[in-house]
Design a protein around this ligand. Structure first.
Ligand SMILES: Nc1ncnc2c1ncn2[C@@H]1O[C@H](COP(=O)(O)OP(=O)(O)OP(=O)(O)O)[C@@H](O)[C@H]1O
Ligand SMILES: [Mg+2]
Length: 231
C-alpha cells in the first residue's frame, strides 16, 4: 500500500530523519516505536509532505513525495496528529464536518457511522469539543480523520495522557477498524500495547531504523525490552 524510501526530514540545519525505508501492506497494523526525538512524528509528517523532506513515498501506486497534503488525503491517507489538534471552539458535529471537507456529499452517512463507532460522541454532538475529556477528544480526533474515508490511517501517539482503561478501548477500536479494512500505522510511546496489537514494527533511534520485523519478535527482543519495555 505504501512504501517510503530514503526518507529524510529537515528542520533548518537539523535533520530529524535520516534515510528511513518503510513498507506497509494492505490491512496491516504497523507500529513505529522509539524514544523522544527518535523521529516518529517526522516520519509521519514526511509521508504526508508536511515538512521539508527528500526521498520517495509511493502510495497506492503513485509517487506522492511531491504531492500536496490535500491530494494525499483525497487519495485515502489520513493522519491523527500528535496532541489531537481538534477545533476546540467548534462542536463535535462541526469538527466531523471539517474532517469531511472533501467528502461533504457523504457527511450524514459518515457521521452516523462515527456515532455508531463512538457512541459517546453522539451523546455530546452539540457540545464544544474543547469541553470534552482527554479520551473523548482523542476519539473525536480519530473520528474526524475517518470522515475522509481513508484506506490508511496514521496515528501519532493516540494513547498519550489517557487512562489505561481508555487506552484499552482505543486499541480495541483500532482492531475494529482493521476489520473494516483500514490499514493502520501507529506511533506509540506505549510500546507494549502497540506491539501487542501490531503485525509488524519498526524501531527508530536518532532518525534511523535500528530494528524491524514481526511485532512478536520485536516484543521478545532483549534490547527492545531493556530500552522501551522497562526491562
Ligand atoms: N520543528 C522542529 N524544529 C527543529 N527540530 C525539530 C523540529 N521538530 C522535530 N525536530 C527534531 O527532529 C528530531 C525528531 O523529532 P520527532 O518529533 O520526529 O521525534 P519523535 O520520535 O516524534 O519524538 P516524541 O516521542 O517526543 O514525539 C528531534 O531531534 C527533534 O528535536
Ligand atoms: Mg512525536
Amino acid at each position: 500500500m505504501l512504501s517510503a524510501r530514503e526518507l529524510n526530514v529537515f528542520y533548518g540545519v537539523i535533520q530529524g530523519l535520516k534515510g528511513v525505508d518503510i513498507d506497509i501492506y494492505d490491512r496491516e497494523i504497523v507500529t513505529l516505536i522509539g524514544s523522544n526525538g527518535a523521529g516518529k512524528t517526522s516520519t509521519l509528517n514526511g509521508i504526508v509532505n508536511m515538512v521539508r523532506s527528500t526521498g520517495t513515498v509511493n502510495f497506492l501506486n503513485e509517487d506522492i513525495s511531491r504531492s500536496q497534503t490535500h491530494h494525499i488525503v483525497r487519495k485515502g491517507l489520513a493522519l491523527v496528529p500528535e496532541g489531537r489538534k481538534i477545533f476546540t471552539n467548534l462542536t463535535i458535529e462541526e469538527n466531523l464536518r471539517m474532517g469531511a471537507y472533501n467528502n461533504l456529499a457523504n457527511f450524514t452517512r459518515l457521521r452516523d457511522r462515527m456515532f455508531t463507532l463512538f457512541p459517546r460522541l453522539k451523546e455530546r454532538r452539540k457540545q464544544m469539543a474543547g469541553t470534552l475529556s482527554g479520551g473523548e477528544q482523542q476519539m473525536l480526533a480519530i473520528a474526524r480523520a475517518l470522515m475522509s474515508e481513508p484506506v490508511l490511517l496514521m496515528l501519532d501517539e493516540p494513547s498519550l495522557g489517557l487512562a489505561p482503561k481508555i487506552v484499552g478501548e482505543l486499541f480495541t477500536t483500532l482492531r475494529q477498524l482493521r476489520e473494516e479494512n483500514i490499514t493502520i500505522l501507529l506511533v506509540e510511546q506505549n510500546a507494549t500495547a502497540a506491539l501487542t496489537i501490531a503485525d509488524r514494527a519498526y524501531v527508530l533511534e536518532n532518525g534511523k531504523i535500528v530494528l524491524s520485523g514481526a511485532a512478536q519478535e520485536v516484543l521478545a527482543n532483549p534490547e527492545v525490552k531493556k530500552m522501551y519495555l522497562g526491562g
